[in-house]
Design a protein around this ligand. Structure first.
Ligand code: FES
Length: 342
């Protein structure tokens, strides 16, 4: 067994042993600490950490979840990291995201399911009170729940789009994927009143306290969900940072989220958003192109350097990282969540 030491930015220190055939993620769980993760097979990127010392083997993983550039920086996916001796790494999230009792499971009831755009639905659940897992739906904006298809073992992770509350309300914005397991459930048989297990909340993505820097959000499609949660949280707490959001979709029929973002705009002074359509028709009144280009233009005109929060497909995240680097924004002020198929 090799000793592993993981540290968080707020000074928490996890120490446990890990044999060479067990991933660091699994060894941490066996030691009683469930770390943010989702797919557990190297495809989603949610279990990243930065190795600070020691030798390790990295198992097979998606080049989108961990790019060669990430690897050069010493980043790893803990679900695919096998120590070859003493290993130390820094976790990119605070200790509040570590679940010491394991990942809580609850039962939830479908309360609404509606189409909000082409192949895009809003799913609303009510989490049932549970003596051990708690009451209401408490989470940090940016986190996700894994939803389990009723009567099956299959789970899929979806970001919460609303904010924490004591009524148990959980809201999701979901793009229906052809052949996707949860998509097929939603498309073919989901109904109000269905009961399904949910696991979480989990995940390390979230608002960072970096002072007065503006917060700029870039969303690709339903990557809007966790960013909408953050903006709604800012509106609820009347947070003072200036905020902007760029939402990109492919076609006009894909546009969604405008009522929710308009509501936030009315409630939160200093917040503005725009929707850009990559392939607009002649009557589209708004901007066209992709949100990374819109971000680049806005950064050129900006007088202060914002923090960037981005959620969407890997290509968008990489484009935003390039734009941010060109504008002189440090990589540690770009917070990202990749949306990858499970
Ligand atoms: Fe490790 Fe998904 S949990 S990449």
């Amino acid at each position: 067994e090799s000793p592993v030491v993981l540290t968080t930015p707020d000074g928490e220190r996890l120490e446990f042993g890990c044999d060479g055939g067990t991933s660091v993620l699994d060894a941490a769980a066996q030691a009683g600490a469930a770390l943010p993760s989702s797919c557990r097979q190297g495809t989603c990127g949610s279990c990243r950490a930065a190795v600070t010392g020691g030798e390790y083997r990295l198992g097979t993983h998606s080049g989108q979840a961990l790019t060669p550039a990430d690897r050069e920086r010493g980043e790893v996916l803990l679900c695919r990291t096998y120590p070859r001796g003493p290993l130390s790494a820094e976790l990119p999230y605070s200790s509040s995201r570590i679940l010491y009792g394991g990942i809580p499971a609850r039962e939830a009831v479908v309360t609404a399911l509606e189409t909000v755009a082409h192949e895009t639905v809003r799913l609303q659940l009510r989490l049932e009170p549970d003596g051990t897992a708690g009451e209401g739906c408490q989470f940090d904006p940016g986190q996700f729940l894994e939803l389990q298809i009723p009567g099956e073992e299959t789970r899929r992770a979806y970001s919460l789009a609303n904010t924490g509350n004591w009524e148990g309300r959980a809201e999701f914005l979901i793009r229906l994927r052809p052949g996707g397991a949860f998509s097929s459930y939603l498309r073919e048989r989901a109904a109000v009143g269905d009961r399904l297990p949910v696991h979480g909340p989990q995940g390390a993505f979230g608002l960072r306290e970096t002072g007065p820097a503006p917060r700029w959000f870039v969303a690709g499609g339903t990557g809007l969900a966790p960013l909408l949660s953050m903006v709604r949280h800012m509106a609820e707490w009347q947070e003072p940072q200036q905020a902007r959001l760029f939402l990109g979709v492919e076609e006009e029929r894909d546009v969604f989220g405008v009522p929710e973002l308009s509501e936030a705009e009315a409630q939160l002074p200093g917040f503005a958003f725009e929707v850009c359509v990559r392939h607009p028709g002649p009557s589209w009144p708004g901007p066209s192109g992709n949100p990374a280009e819109r971000l680049a233009g806005a950064l050129r005109a900006a007088s202060v350097t914002p923090d960037i929060y981005v959620c969407g497909p890997p290509a968008l995240i990489e484009a935003v990282e390039r734009v941010a680097a060109a504008a002189g924004i440090a990589p540690d002020r770009v917070f990202r969540e990749r949306f990858l198929p499970g």
